[in-house]
Each structure stands twice: as structure tokens, then as C-alpha cells.
Design a protein around this ligand. Sequence first.
Ligand code: KIV
Length: 272
Amino acid sequence: MLKIAEKKRTVLDIRAAKNAAEPFLALTAYTAPIAMLADKVADMVLVGDSLGMVLYGMPNTLGVTLDMMITHGTAVARYCQRALCIIDMPFGSYQSSPSQAFDNAARVISQTGAQAVKLEGGEEMAETIKFLVERGIPVVGHIGLRPQLLHTMGGYRIQGKTDATHELLLRDAKAVEQAGAFAMVVEGVVETSAREVTESVSIPTIGIGASSACDAQILVSEDALGLTPLPRAKFVKAYAELRAQAEQALEQLAADVKARRFPGPEQTYVKK
Ligand code: KIV
């Protein structure tokens, strides 16, 4: 956790974390209950478009809409009392032009109460990032494996394994930094590239599947809590197995109902 007084984190606090002694933690949240938990331990809470898969059972993030992000973002931002709240711009809501991106990002910020948006892209999104930042919308970049490019990339491919993808990562990182982003997510990148990217920019890199060489780490909270079904990706570490516990608990409830053990006297209203 950043060594600052227990106040609401700002974009400037996160940017300054580049020089912190320890990496900081960011977590995703899509709902109020998870936001309440994440806000206690994370300096940044992201309403990620991964909600399409985790909450809605979609096969990928491409079907997520701006309205979905605004609905979930509003619930999460309400409970981010300490953490900076960031909302993902979904596929199709920012790629066509900087002014399309501004109109949609302005809706996200004004309707949810979040402090910043995140969008996927490197060099080709630099103009858009600059356009948003100059007009008052703080931006987190997202380079490396970019789930919204699923079909273009022919799958989810770890980046930096070849000289060409390593060089592209470095160019993307520089472009995002120079465009004015205050931090960048680096996803699905080999350790050597993550280290070089981190050393080459003056803003924090927030890694997911990108080794411990980054300035911060982000995980999907449902993965960290063991709520998502197995198998999980190699980069995930579950710190609890709540899905298995929930299954057991609900089996017990079903058995208690069948045996008339639930509701018991404690859960029953009686006439005095
Ligand atoms: O959508 C998401 O949850 C993300 C994180 C994986 C960084 O973009």
C-alpha cells in the first residue's frame, strides 16, 4: 500500500508511486461487495471489462457495452473511499476517433463518479490519450496482451517473446507515457520485456501476467479469492478457494431444507 495518509488516492499519488520503495496493489471490482473489500487493501480499483466474462459468462470482452461499464462503475465508485477508481473503456467506445473517445469517456466520468478511464492501445492510441488528458480526463494505458485485439492477434498471446514484439512494447510504452497517461497496465508480457518497459518510462507500470518487475500488480479480485472456475491462468494466484467453500455451503443449505433443519427456531417468528 502506498505510504500516504488514509485519504482518497489521487491520480498524482498513483503517478508518484513510480518512485515508491514497494510495488502497490490494484484490484478489479465490478460490484459493491467486492469494491468494499478491495478498497481496504488496494490503492487503485479497476472496473475492468473482464466483467463480461467473470459476471456475464461472455466468451471474451468484445460484447461489453458502455452502459454495462457505467452501471457497474457507478456501484463500485460509490464504495472507493480510499482507492482511486478507474473504469475500462469497452471495445468500440473509443477507437474510431479522439472525439468519440472523449464523448464516451466524459459520460463514464460524469455518470459514475470514477476518477479516470483505462483504454487498450499503444502508439496508435497516443493521439486519443493526449486528446482526453488535455481535456481533463486522466487515462491509464494498457499495452502488451490486449484482450480487445483477440481476433487480430489470433488468440491471447504473451508478448515480448520475439525481438519484434519486444521492440513494439517499448515503442508502445513510450508513446503512452508521452501522450500523458499517468500509469499503464502491462499485460501478458515476458519478464525481461516487463523490466525494460518499467525502466524506460517515468510512470508506474501495473503488471498482470507480467512478472514482479513492474511498479504495481493488478489481479481480478474473483481470481485472487478463488471464486472463478478452474482452470485458472498461469499468472493467477488464488489466496482463498471461496468457490469451493460456497459450493459446500449451498449443498449444506439444500440438505438442511430437505431435512427441515432450516429454518430452525432461531430463524422462525413466533407469536408472543
Ligand atoms: O478488464 C480487466 O480486468 C483488465 C485487467 C486485467 C487489467 O483490464
